[in-house]
Design a protein around this ligand. Structure first.
Ligand SMILES: [Zn+2]
Length: 413
């Protein structure tokens, strides 16, 4: 099953994955790490070389470009993020290709204890005969989301080389810092200038995602009363004890990520730092519905107030700020972007699958900011860890899917 895009996609992913572009949650700068400029500048150059127009690297670290339409139609944005996840080693990625996968266990050159087996990962069992790309065992691969970048670059190159193919105007955006939730700069929707858009940042063939969590982040600060422990009787208020009490009072057995799935939301303590005089607790709140999210915020405030009531000499504050909202709220008012993707999927003989994502995408923010942006499959699997893999042939299907979708959008215009 050779597809004309196979070798190009493989070459692109292998090249892009080898470039370190990890983002960093703790960095205040934008983009969060300078290394992301290495791949951003490369993509800027490559887009210019293939003949894309308006190529530009913005000060917030997004590479933008235009593929002019060959026929009238809506302006469609194609997005992928260049950063890799901070959760696992992403420096010195050595991608390798297992050509014509034989259906057995895949082992790793740099870690003999690692095994990628079709028993543990049934989706892999379906990929016999495919060319499988993995890392070498000590790093993640970064197909998340350099698969998306490779797919968009390949589709763009193909369209620019074949100006007889009918499609409307296309805007491309390669963005930084998606993995730390900072991929959508304030100026991006306007700079993108698309009627609607797609992120290529999904997994299995046929996945078309337009429902994400709604998300808030809370920061609780507990200020105690600090005094030398030798003279503390009746005076000291230890912030550590109160912070612990807050965590212990929140529902751990019913509402944390490790005990919820499906459409249930959660609260999740991500960080607790400080000392006896002051403690900070960071908590993220997730729910598919606004009401559920608001209830979780209210619960947090009530627990803080209850613990505060036990110790009036302490000060407990709870700041909750919005992160992103379920994109379904906007998309269900106009399902055109989702329907187009579903039609393109069926045209290629695949049944589209839409499962709510227990997380967010750059599309969640973009949709809220006025550019409806569902998320589409690329083939990436086991992301954010050493067992990450992707099939070259899956990426080729995703590329065909992208081109089919763009063609359909122009036809319907
Ligand atoms: Zn991603």
């Amino acid at each position: 099953m050779q597809n004309p895009f196979d070798r190009e996609l493989e070459d692109r992913l292998v090249r892009y994955a080898a470039i370190d572009s990890q983002s960093d949650e703790d960095s205040p700068s934008s983009p969060s790490t300078d290394v992301q400029f290495d791949i951003l500048r490369l993509l800027e150059t490559e887009l210019t070389e293939i003949g894309a127009q308006d190529v530009r690297l913005t000060d917030y670290g997004a590479v933008l470009a235009t593929i002019p339409g060959t026929v009238p139609g809506p302006t469609i944005g194609l997005l992928a993020h260049v950063d890799t996840a901070p959760q696992f080693n992403a420096t010195g990625v050595k991608p390798r290709v297992v050509r014509g996968y034989n259906g057995g266990d895949i082992t790793f050159p740099d870690d003999a204890s690692l095994v990628l087996s079709p028993e543990a990962y049934p989706y892999l069992a379906q990929k016999q005969g495919h060319d499988i790309i993995t890392a070498s065992g000590t790093t993640l691969l970064g197909a998340d989301d350099k698969a998306g970048v490779s797919i968009i670059m390949t589709a763009a190159r193909h369209l620019l080389e074949n100006p007889d193919i009918p499609h409307g105007p296309i805007r491309i955006a390669f963005t930084p810092d998606e993995e730390i939730g900072r991929g959508v700069a304030e100026a991006l929707p306007k700079d993108l200038g698309a009627d609607f858009a797609y992120t290529f940042d999904g997994g299995k063939m046929g996945e078309i995602e337009y429902e994400t969590f709604s998300a808030d982040a809370a920061e609780i600060t507990v200020t105690g009363v600090s005094i030398h422990p030798g003279f503390a009787k009746g005076k000291m208020v230890n912030a550590i004890h109160l912070a612990s009490k807050i965590i212990e009072t929140l529902p751990q057995a019913t509402m944390t990520p490790e005990v919820t799935d499906g459409v249930d939301g959660f609260w999740h303590a991500t960080e607790m730092t400080g000392g006896s005089s002051e403690m900070k607790i960071k908590i993220i709140l997730r729910d598919f519905e606004r009401e559920g999210l608001a209830e979780k915020g209210e619960m947090l405030r009530q627990v803080c107030a209850a613990v505060q009531a036990t110790e009036p000499r302490a000060t407990i504050t709870c700041d909750i700020r919005p992160q992103y909202r379920n994109m379904r709220y906007w998309l269900e008012q106009d399902m055109t972007p989702v329907d187009l993707a579903r039609d393109a999927c069926r045209k290629l003989g695949m049944e589209p699958v839409s499962v709510p994502i227990r997380g967010g995408t750059d599309g969640s923010r973009l949709t809220e900011m006025g550019v409806p942006t569902p998320n589409l499959f690329t083939g990436m699997q086991n992301i954010h860890g050493p067992l990450e893999w992707i099939s070259v042939q899956d990426m080729a299907v995703a590329t065909e899917f992208c081109l089919t979708l763009l063609g359909l959008a122009a036809e319907e215009a």
